[in-house]
Design a protein around this ligand. Structure first.
Ligand code: NAD
Length: 339
C-alpha cells in the first residue's frame, strides 16, 4: 500500500463499481484497497484475476472461501481501511450503508440511483466541482443527468439558457442484465410528466428552466436524448458545434454514424475497454438552429459516462486538486477519454 495515495473502497462491484475500480486503479494519486462482493459470480472471479482485494459480508466469507476465493475481510473491515468509499450498490440499497460510513468516519460517494437527499451535494465535474471540495458526502448524478449537465452547462455559460426541453429514450436494461425489459414495447417511464431528470439537473444547476419526458425502449446499448433548447443570446449551429468540440467530455459523432449501435461498434473499433463511450456522443449533423431554438440528438453510454465523474469527485472530496479542469484533464488522460 502506497501511503501517499488516497485509499478508495468500492462497495458493490457491478456495472458501475467494476468500472470505477478500473478507473481509480489508473490514477497516480489514489488506489483501490478493496472491492466488495455479495456473490461468488463471474464478476468476483474477474476481480480476483485483476488482483483486487475482495471483501464480503461477514456471514458470506466462509462460502466464498469454500469456492476457492481468498477473502481479505468483511465489508466493515474494508470501510475501516478506506479514506473514501464509492458506493455502487443497486439504487436505493446504498442508503442502508450510510450509517456504517458515518460510524467509521469515512467519506462516501453514492450514485444516481439514490435519492438526492442522501448527500448534501449532487455532483458534475464541469458544473459544480468546487462545491465538493473537502466534502464528506456526495452523490454523482445519474448517467442521463450527467449527460444533460455536460451540454447545458457550457451552453448556459456562453449563451444563457432560457428553457430546456428534453425527451429521453432510455435503454431497457444493461447488456448483462437478464431481468429487465421491455422486450417489445415503448414504456412511458413515468407516464406522469415531468420525468425525474429535469428536477435532477436542478440539483446541480438550480437556475436552469428544464422539463423532461422519458420512456424505456427495448435496447441495451445507450440512451438517446432529443434536446430542444431556447437560448438567451443568438447563436448559429456551427458556433454550437465548435463549442461542444472544445468540451472535455463531449464527442462529436459523424463519419456516417446515425445509430447508437454504430457508436458502440465505433467504441469497439477504438479498442475502448468494454467498448465504453465515456463522453456524451452528440450527433454532429443533428445540431441545428431553427427560429432561434437549438435542436440536437445525443447518445449517452449509461454504463460508463459517470465513471470519470466519480474519479473527479474523489479528487475534489479529498482536496487533491482545487481546479476542476485540471482534475478532468488528469482523469481523461489516464483513461484515454477524448481519443
Ligand atoms: P448492478 O446491479 O450492476 O451492481 C450492483 C452490485 O452491488 C452488484 O454486484 C450486487 O451484487 C452488489 N450488491 C447488491 N447489494 C449489495 C449490498 N447490500 N452491499 C454490497 N453490494 C451489494 O448496479 P449498477 O448498474 O452498477 O448500479 C449501481 C448504482 O449506479 C445505482 O445507484 C444505479 O442507479 C447507478 N447507475 C447505474 C447506471 C447503469 O446504467 N447501470 C448508470 C449510472 C448510474
Amino acid at each position: 500500500m502506497d501511503m501517499s495515495k488516497v485509499k478508495v473502497a468500492i462497495n458493490g462491484y457491478g456495472t458501475i463499481g467494476k468500472r470505477v475500480a478500473d478507473a481509480v486503479a489508473l490514477q497516480d494519486d489514489m488506489e483501490i484497497i478493496g472491492i466488495s462482493k455479495t456473490r461468488p459470480n463471474f464478476e468476483a472471479k474477474t476481480a480476483a484475476m485483476k488482483g483486487y482485494d475482495i471483501y464480503t459480508p461477514a456471514d458470506k466469507i466462509d462460502s466464498f472461501k469454500k469456492d476457492g476465493y481468498t477473502i481479505a475481510g468483511s465489508v466493515e473491515d474494508m470501510i475501516k481501511a478506506a479514506d473514501i468509499v464509492v458506493d455502487c450498490t443497486p439504487g436505493k440499497v446504498g442508503v442502508s450503508n450510510k450509517a456504517l460510513y458515518e460510524k467509521e468516519g469515512v467519506k462516501a460517494i453514492w450514485q444516481g440511483g439514490e435519492s438526492k437527499d442522501i448527500a448534501p451535494i449532487s455532483f458534475n465535474s464541469e458544473a459544480n466541482y468546487a462545491d465538493a471540495l473537502g466534502a464528506d458526502y456526495v452523490r454523482v448524478v445519474s448517467c442521463n443527468t450527467t449527460g444533460l449537465c455536460r451540454v447545458i452547462y457550457p451552453l448556459d455559460q456562453k449563451y444563457g439558457v432560457e428553457k430546456v426541453r428534453v425527451t429521453i429514450v432510455r435503454r431497457g436494461g444493461d447488456p448483462g442484465d437478464i431481468k429487465s425489459g421491455p422486450i417489445d414495447a415503448l414504456v412511458l417511464d413515468p407516464i406522469k410528466l415531468p420525468s425525474h431528470h429535469g428536477p435532477d439537473v436542478k440539483t446541480i444547476m438550480p437556475h436552469i428552466n428544464i422539463t423532461s419526458a422519458a420512456m424505456k425502449a427495448p435496447t441495451s446499448f445507450m440512451h438517446l436524448h432529443v434536446l430542444n433548447i431556447q437560448l438567451k443570446n443568438e447563436c448559429t449551429a456551427d458556433e454550437v458545434k465548435n463549442l461542444f468540440a472544445t468540451r472535455p467530455r463531449i464527442q462529436m459523432i459523424a463519419d456516417g454514424i446515425s445509430a447508437t449501435a454504430q457508436i458502440i461498434e465505433y467504441g469497439r473499433d477504438l479498442g475502448r475497454p468494454r467498448n465504453d463511450m465515456w463522453e456524451n456522443c452528440v450527433f454532429k449533423e443533428s445540431v441545428s438552429v431553427d427560429d432561434g431554438e437549438l435542436y440536437f440528438f445525443q447518445a449517452i453510454h449509461q454504463e460508463s459516462d459517470v465513471i470519470p465523474e466519480n474519479v473527479d469527485a474523489i479528487r475534489a472530496m479529498m482536496s487533491l486538486e482545487k481546479d476542476n479542469l485540471k482534475s478532468i484533464e488528469k482523469t481523461n488522460k489516464s483513461m484515454g477519454i477524448g481519443i
